[in-house]
Design a protein around this ligand. Sequence first.
Ligand SMILES: [Zn+2]
Length: 402
Amino acid sequence: MDFCTVFDVTFDRFYRTSSIDHHDGARRIWQICNSRGDIYKKHYTGLYCIGCESFLQPRELTEGKCPHHHTEPIEYAEENYFFRLSKYAGRIMEYVSSNPDFLKPESKRTELLNFLKTMEDISISRNRSNLPWGIAVPGDPGHTMYVWFDALANYILSAGFESEPERFAGFWPGIQLCGPDNLRFQGAIWQGILASLGLPFTRKLLVHGTILGPDAQKMSKSLGNVISPMHQFKKFGADYCRFYLLGILHPYQDCSYREADLIAACNTHLANGFGNLVYRLVHLGIKKEINILDSSKIEADFKTFVDQCKTKAEKSYEAFELHDAVRIINELVAYGNKYIHTQEPWKQNLLDAEITLNNLSYLLRAASKLFMPIIPNGATRALQSIQDKEKVILYPRITENV
Ligand SMILES: [Zn+2]
């Protein structure tokens, strides 16, 4: 919650899987799957990784260890409930293959399809003695639900499945964000549960990359390359961190987090670029006593150019290519910077300067609105500054010795 507050992250709903409502909902989902004949009990022996909270197939191990946690899985033999995932594998494969927009990035498709090809029914419960804090299986309190079964259910329970039908209809089929190690859960197992419930598959599954340490290694305490978000917030503030994370780093590739890169990007695009141009526009508007909100003074060609950039950036947002949207907005601002240098409105007569400044005002208001999802704080202040014709230093240059 603190994290959301400091980084200006807003949400419709903050959902906890520890709530009573969630437990009731997960039990209800279990009951529906059971009523479809998709849950059965059988004796099971398997290799269980505590870190993954899941069973692993022997072929998935690297030298006998979990490839994600580098620990040896434990051998469990017990009676488990199973979900009939094999029944739905064909339909899921068909959906994944025939919907190029379903999965992002494209490179994950093969990984998912390979998993689906060998997909077996999956254990979805544990003995209560092994998992005492889990949600009890309806009608069989000696067993608790496999953690992933109830955790996955939150994608529809949080959107109002059964509890708020109208709200749910507006949300589902939804878009899911997925961690790189989580593909099989969200891309395969969860899709099987949805099919069993008679619900449409997830509309889009976005598998984000991992943010690596500055040394391009996975962050870990033992390597000493961990970067704390709160520390970065204290050092740079929310907008600079957000700009770097959302606008510069690639959303679907593993990327190193480097302060030097953050500083360079924010100084170039926000301090010297966007922030400086807003300041100069307002400064010249005041100095030359020009109304910078006069839409009758915007040139048609200039407006068309800005509108085209706007459409391109919006398309990138809609395709969840955030870094691409930001690149287009940065180019638009750079164009504005070049424009002010060639026009030299400080030398122009009043009539020409009016056109130059109103063109720029149009461009910067468009850029501010487009920047809103990335840097909401600065974008709001930029719009306010142009509206009130009040000079504001939006983005001070970051000096190297911060
Ligand atoms: Zn593991």
